[in-house]
Design a protein around this ligand. Structure first.
Ligand SMILES: Cc1ncc(C[n+]2csc(CCOP(=O)(O)OP(=O)(O)O)c2C)c(N)n1
Ligand SMILES: [Mg+2]
Length: 545
């Protein structure tokens, strides 16, 4: 058979249900021949974002796969792969390549060379017979160790060549690595001794599905829990020990507890320095438990480190901590949860005028608050976008079930949220999948509403249209005043309708909830929906420094 068909057979063996792609790449045609649903997007970036969400919302059980053509397709895909790399998402990227005789000659774009720094594994297949081995290596890398994109470039002439039908392929294994037991007991000692510990959970908890173990450890230690944006929803945010998630904007209770912590225990997180994560206060004792030792002592010095899968690490710690506590809790829970509840009530009271504002243009906070109280939160998967929408929604959206919030922002590509919501809907069709974004964000990837309509991927898109790049107002004062440089415009409800979706423009506060209900009903009928809320250029965020 042809190499392209062999690759499709391998994808099938690896459990790939759909191949997201953009022509021309012979693997797309071969996948369709092998009964793998092919989903064609309107630009490579969105397709990669969709593949990304497939991996995220399944904890990597299903690996998102994307195929594109050599040259322009590969070049245009760069952003999507870089975003997945930045946020550590395991996807398989299958670019075509120039024919072998041209592949290393400028100016031809060579994916093997150019994607090295945004993948954990990149290979170019130069011999037809090497295709199964290359795919085995790629899937082994993507299913093990730190989640990150892998890439296999297939020159177009290779894809057309034959390999024996009898080629062998066994799906790549998956394994977990656990921490050194000596480190575990040292860390347990420190955790038990801490007076005001805070647990900081990252997305490693999602990939390890270690939600129950995290909760058990928190309850055992009577310690409050926060998460990174990527880890949001790893701990129920309505739990009395929850401080809500970190991000650029955060809750008052999180700020208070971090400031007063004597120990911060990071599990499944990178502690990477970022504008879009909570900054750990200086001088705190840090314990860092994560899968990839390259994150240790990188941005923060850690007192102790534990290398391993989050589930294995938490299970080992649970046993050691239980041993030390001997069934006698320290009796801190009542005090800690009361302190959290008091601060949370104060914080929400302070924000309530914004969350329930009756003004028009609408307060974006009111839109978020009404959305939160209209959808079935436990059965919704929501994601933000770059810009103000992220910082408006992330502290106030109370996630109650694992993987119900796709948080991101190690890099912050405007327009990422649409593909994430679409990929989430593909992987979890019974969930309401929502993206919350601004009018600059829709400018990047909005055309893929046509993909949502054509492919029947009924997401609910919540747009905050303030006719502005509001988050830039502070840093573009002169350009705005002289040249209106932060102004943008559009009628996005009409735009969505023109592409075959349901679209509504909402201007009045009383109309918010009815419109959301109509939108949800439309998604149930299989129609993607865009609700365009006309909002104020809000510049207030729940920030503390
Ligand atoms: C691809 C890309 N380019 C530039 C930026 C920088 N950036 C972040 S937010 C933003 C404007 C956001 O405007 P909008 O989506 O309308 O949200 P608003 O702040 O107005 O609510 C810009 C330019 C980015 N995040 N991504
Ligand atoms: Mg805007």
């Amino acid at each position: 058979m042809k190499v392209a068909n062999a690759v499709a057979q391998i994808l099938k063996k690896e459990g790939v249900d759909f191949l997201i792609g953009y022509p021309v790449n012979q693997i797309i045609e071969a996948a369709a021949e092998a009964d793998i649903r092919t989903i064609i997007v309107r630009q490579e970036r969105t397709g990669l974002h969709m593949a990304d969400a497939v991996s995220r919302v399944t904890s990597g059980d299903k690996i998102g796969v994307f195929a594109m053509q050599h040259g322009p397709g590969a070049e245009n895909a760069f952003g999507g792969v870089a975003q997945a790399y930045g946020d550590s998402v395991p996807i398989v990227v299958l670019p075509g390549g120039y024919p072998r005789r041209l592949t290393n000659i400028p100016p031809n774009f060579n994916s093997f060379l150019n994607f090295q720094r945004v993948t954990k594994w990149a290979e170019q297949v130069i011999m037809p017979d090497a295709a199964p081995d290359a795919m085995r290596r790629a899937f082994t890398q993507v299913k093990n160790g730190r989640p990150r994109p892998v890439l296999v470039e297939f020159p177009i002439d290779v894809l057309r060549e034959e390999i024996p039908d009898s080629f062998e392929y066994v799906p790549a294994p998956r394994t977990r690595m656990g921490p050194d037991p000596r480190d575990v007991s040292r860390v347990a000692e420190v955790l038990v001794a801490a007076q005001r510990p805070v647990i900081y959970a990252g997305q490693g908890v999602h990939y390890a599905k270690a939600w129950n173990q995290l909760r058990e450890l928190a309850e055992l230690l009577e310690a409050p829990v926060t998460t990174s944006l990527q880890g949001k929803s790893a701990f129920p945010e309505n739990h009395p020990l929850s401080l809500g998630s970190g991000g650029r904007s955060i809750s008052k209770q999180l700020h208070h507890f971090l400031t007063n912590a004597d120990l911060i225990f990071g599990i499944g997180c990178s502690f990477a320095t970022t504008n879009y994560g909570v900054t750990m206060p200086k001088g705190k004792k840090i314990i860092h438990a994560t899968l990839d030792p390259t994150d240790f002592n990188k941005d923060l010095r850690a007192e102790q480190v534990l290398a391993g899968d989050a589930a294995l690490t938490l299970e080992a710690l649970l046993a050691e901590v239980k041993d030390r506590l001997k069934g006698k809790p320290r009796g801190r829970a009542a005090g800690v949860t009361k302190e959290i509840a008091t601060l949370k009530a104060e914080w929400l009271a302070q924000w309530m005028p914004r969350l329930t504002a009756k003004s028009a243009p609408l307060s974006p906070y009111r839109v978020i608050w009404d959305l939160l109280h209209t959808v079935d939160v436990a059965n919704t998967i929501i994601t933000h976008d770059a810009g103000s929408p992220r910082d408006q929604i992330s502290p106030f959206w109370e996630s109650v079930t694992p993987l119900s919030y796709i948080g991101w922002g190690k890099t912050t590509q405007l327009g990422y949220g649409l593909g994430l919501a679409m990929g989430a809907k593909l992987a979890a069709p019974d969930k309401l999948c929502v993206n919350f974004w601004g009018d600059a964000a829709i400018g990047f990837t909005g055309m893929d509403f046509e993909t949502a309509a054509r492919e029947r991927i009924p997401i609910l898109s919540i747009l905050s249209n303030n006719f502005s790049m509001a988050i830039e107002l502070k840093v573009m004062k002169v350009a705005t005043q002289k040249y209106r440089s932060t102004d943008i415009t559009g009628n996005y409800a009409d735009f969505a309708k023109a592409l075959g979706c349901h679209g509504e423009r909402i201007t009045e506060p009383d109309e918010i909830v009815p419109a959301i209900k109509r939108g949800i009903a439309k998604t149930r009928e299989g129609v993607p929906t865009l609700l365009e809320f006309i909002t104020e250029k809000a510049e207030d965020f729940s920030m503390f420094s």
